[in-house]
Every structure is written in C-alpha cells, then in structure tokens.
Design a protein around this ligand. Structure first.
Ligand code: PMP
Length: 429
C-alpha cells in the first residue's frame, strides 16, 4: 500500500503557514479525506508527486492543460519571453496579437480586456452589464460558479457546494439580495424571477455547459430560451466560458451550441496554465469600459507578457490543429461509453455526463440535470471511487461536484489503463 510519506509531511508543514495547507480549498481533499498529493512536476498526461508516484491526470490544472503538461512550444515561448523581463506596466504588441487572435476565434467579441483570473473576468463582466443597463440585479444558476467575488458566492458550485457552505460569511445581505438564483435548465424559474423583478435585472450569467456541480449539460432550448428572455427584457446574456472557452471548440460553447452571448468571460485555457482571464463582448457594450468609457476596471499585471505568450502560443496551436477537438471529443465519448459498460457489469447505478473533453461520473440512478439532482448522488461512494482510483494511479478532481478535464496528451493506452483501474476499483468497493 502506497504511503504518500512526503505528501503527508508537506501537508502537515503547509497547514502551519497556509490556511488548510492549500491556496485553493478543493485541493485540500477535505470532502474526500486523506492527504492531498503534493506535485513535483508534470509532463503530458501525467502528474508526478513528491514521493515519485505517477498519476494519469484528469484535473489538467482544472482545465488549462488541454494539450497536456509542459507542452513544449508553450514552455519554450515562456522561456524566451522571460529574457525580455517579466512585466512592463505599459502596452505591448503581443497584447494586440492576443486580442486579435481571440477575436478571430470567437463570436460576439469586438473588444476584449485581459485580466488575471476567471474571477476577475466574471466580476468585471457583471460590472459592465450593470453599468451598461443601469440595473443592479442579476440571475445566476444554482451550482454554477463564477469565481469568488462576493455577489457570485450565492448558491455557488465548486468548493462552496463541495463543503456544503450555505451562506458565505463576509458576503453582505445587501450584496446577496441583488443575486437572484434559479435551478439550471429551468426556464420557467427564470421567467418567474424576471416577472417579480421587472426592469431590475441587468444580466443572466450562465456556464453554457456547467462544470462546477460536476458536468451538467444544457437541455435543448435552455440557452436559446435565456437568449430570448434577455432580448425581450433588455438584459445582457453573459456566457461564463472560463471552462468551456477554447475547450469545447475554438469558439467555445457559443460556437459549439450556436447561441450568441452579449458578454463572454474566459480563463483557464486562455492562459495555458499562467494566471489569465479575459472578458469581451460587443462593441457598444465594451466601449463603456475605461478608459474609453466610465466603467472602471484595471490591473497592474493585466496583459502580462509571460501570460500572453503562453496563451497566445497555446491558442495558436489549437487554431492550427482543429483535429485536436475531434480527438478530444472522441476520448471523452470513449470514456463515457466504457465507464457505462463497466458500471453496468458491476451492477452499480451511474450517470456519466460528458460534453467533449468535460466529463463527470455521478453515483445516481436518475439523470443529473441541475444542482438538486447532482446533490442526490451518493458522495460517499464517490469518495471510495476517488481513493480507489488515486491509489492505483489515476488522479481525479477530489470532489463529486467537479468536472474531469481531459487533455489531448491522454493516449489510448492511458484511457484503457484508466478503464482497467475503474474496473478493479469497482470490484473492490
Ligand atoms: N468561472 C468558472 C466557470 C470557473 O470554473 C471558474 C474556476 N473554476 C471561475 C469562473 C473562476 O476562475 P478563477 O479560479 O481563475 O478565478
């Protein structure tokens, strides 16, 4: 039995100087128990921990590593760029190239502003929506996560859901009152909120494919319905594409699902593993952003050259290789199909929600379509499943409320090995 000796030692030491020993809560294994694996390095589809153990990685740094870790062109570009200094606080041509590249890949993005995280992207997009419409309230969906800015931490997904936090202390009632929530996939609930808050709602923000209550797909007509409601009510539709952007297609969920947003937020893949986010949208809206307009938003390190060259290089690779998306889709579909077969053979009810390279396994007899149905899953069984896979060398996100992220570095043998390990794990459950 593997002892995780060095990880245990580091975790004890980390807790003396970092809250919970981690710099982002879900990493702590709090809901699944045990010691988080401390990572030494990663290459392609594999993580290597401080005890020398190798894992097939389904976290992919929670999304960015779509082509695998230490992707050679990205690493080389960062190294070269670093020779010219790490930040200037003044504009560069690279920022223009990045903006032009994003515009060429995405729809409804006439102007785009770079920031340093998905959180910043979403909070800035919402400020723009509020400033532009002159209205205060907004609608978000239960179990969706848009970063840790105050107004989004209401019925939020990701770690907030994982730890069962009902109300986040520090978020004032005044702030929370402007956040209206509806169940995902429930257009009637959205219509109801719109009726009872007539002319007070600035925007609807949605994960077009949800990943923060586990992977939950939009039902046919849901996103189209949101688009229609926003058009009728003079509200803006914000697609939070922090997970889906450049992952489901070069043009993200907008392209893949054929629904247009007014404002879009990006993160994760756009920075290739460096701290980057972005928000963009139609000209008439985005020209209200300072210094063009009066909706203020800024950042000392925004457009940082290392972050820009990393993202630019990765997005260029994705643009030049559309076949990567077909390959990722096939890998996701292969896993889904075979996981179903293995669970059926084992006689354990399961739901596998998969869209392209996002996938979640729910221990649930009923379809998972929103936060309530996701929460009805057997999380105790997920925990056993998680640890069974981990000790056999497969690293899943340590929560039943998270999506797995596939990287294109996963080869057929990695997928088959993962399936073998799932089979063995289920036999031993
Ligand atoms: N939006 C979505 C959909 C996310 O998944 C996340 C992070 N998981 C965020 C926003 C926040 O991004 P960050 O952690 O980079 O602040």
């Amino acid at each position: 039995m593997y002892e995780y000796t060095s990880s245990k030692r580091l975790f004890e030491r980390a807790q003396l100087s970092i809250p919970g020993g981690v710099n982002s809560p879900v990493r702590a294994f709090k809901s699944v128990g045990g010691t988080p694996i401390f990572i030494e390095k990663a290459k392609g589809a594999y993580l290597f921990d401080v005890d020398g153990q190798k894992y097939i990685d389904y976290i992919a740094s929670w999304g960015p590593m779509i082509l695998g870790h230490s992707y050679a062109p990205v690493i080389k570009a960062i190294q070269q760029k670093a020779e010219d200094s790490t930040s200037f606080g003044a504009p560069t041509e690279l920022e223009i190239k990045m903006a032009e590249l994003i515009k060429s890949l995405t729809k409804n993005v006439d102007l785009i502003r770079m920031v340093n995280s998905g959180t910043e992207a979403c909070m800035s997009a919402l400020r723009v929506a509020r400033g532009y419409t002159g209205k205060n309230k907004f609608i978000k969906f239960e179990g969706c996560y848009h970063g840790h800015a105050d107004m989004f931490l209401v019925k939020a997904g990701s770690g907030v859901a994982t730890f069962g936090i009902q109300e986040v202390p520090g978020v004032t009632a005044g702030t929370a009152n402007d956040t209206l929530t509806a169940p995902y996939n429930d257009l009637a609930a959205v219509r109801n909120l719109v009726e009872t808050n007539k002319d007070q709602i600035a925007a609807i923000i949605v994960e077009p494919v949800a990943g923060n209550m586990g992977c939950v797909l939009p039902e046919p007509g849901f996103l189209e319905g949101l688009r229609q409601i926003c058009d009728e009510e003079h509200m803006l539709l914000i697609f939070d594409e922090v997970m889906t952007g450049f992952r489901l297609a070069p043009g993200g969920a907008q392209q893949r699902l054929g629904v247009d947003a007014d404002l879009v937020t990006y993160g994760k893949v756009i920075g290739a593993g460096l701290p980057v986010g972005a928000f963009g949208g139609k000209k008439a809206i985005m020209e209200r952003v300072a210094p063009l307009g009066d909706i203020y938003q800024a950042g000392t390190l925004s457009g940082n050259p290392l972050a820009m060259i990393a993202g630019f290089t990765l997005l260029t690779e994705l643009k030049d290789h559309p076949e990567f998306y077909t390959q990722l889709d096939n890998k996701g579909a292969y896993l889904k199909e075979n996981i179903y077969t293995i669970f059926k053979e084992a006689g354990i009810p399961v739901q596998v929600n998969q869209f392209g390279s996002m996938l979640s396994v729910f221990f649930n007899e009923a379809p998972v379509t929103d936060f309530t149905t996701a929460s009805n899953s057997d999380m105790a069984l997920f925990t056993k499943f998680f640890h069974g896979l981990l000790k056999r060398g497969v690293h899943l996100p340590p929560s039943g409320y998270e999506s797995w992220f596939l990287s294109n570095a996963l080869n057929q043998s990695d997928l088959d090995q993962t399936l073998d390990i799932i089979r063995t794990t289920l036999e031993k459950l």
